[in-house]
Design a protein around this ligand. Structure first.
Ligand code: NI
Length: 163
């Protein structure tokens, strides 16, 4: 495993639409391992492949530190309720803004062995799923921000989840 360089907002790779994964390969498994390592190293709760420069529909999420999820070709099939709160992104370090997301989503995806899975996410996990899937279509949370994109102060940093 190896750390990958996280692309920062302004990098055109973050605005591109990613391609579907057709088959799993040793190289893609290595990418997934590297994405987890890079995400944990940066204290993030999610990371999408374009954030490390790979235009494929793959994201990794772990909102608890104990529930690593791989989402390949994910599609949101149900949305319920809403939540409004601060959201951050590893591609925009030290910043956050208010974004409204569904309180609950159902996602259909493939796991790292390309088996179909149906995942339900609520609260932070729902937010992370929406945020990461947006990355696969070239979207950053700042496009949906309801207030100013603000600096995260040092004291707040422990409470921020960066995706
Ligand atoms: Ni992000």
């Amino acid at each position: 495993m190896a750390l990958r360089t996280i692309r920062i907002a302004g990098d055109p790779v973050l605005t591109r639409k990613c391609r579907e994964v057709k088959e799993m390969t040793p190289r893609l498994k290595e990418l997934i391992d590297d994405m987890f390592e890079t995400m944990y190293e940066s204290s993030g709760v999610g990371l999408a492949a374009p954030q490390v420069g790979i235009l494929k529909r793959i994201c990794v999420i772990d909102t608890t530190g104990e529930n690593p999820l791989v989402l390949i070709n994910p599609v949101i099939t149900e949305r319920e309720g809403e939540q409004t709160g601060d959201e951050g992104c590893l591609s925009l370090p030290g910043k956050a803004a208010q974004v409204t997301r569904p309180m609950k989503v159902v996602v259909e995806a493939l796991d790292r062995d390309m088996n179909p899975v149906v995942l339900t996410g609520e609260e932070l996990l729902a937010r992370a799923m929406c945020h990461e899937i947006d990355h696969l279509d070239g979207h950053m949370y700042t496009e949906f921000a309801e207030g100013p994109v603000h600096d995260v102060t040092y004291e707040d940093e422990d409470e921020e989840e960066e995706e």
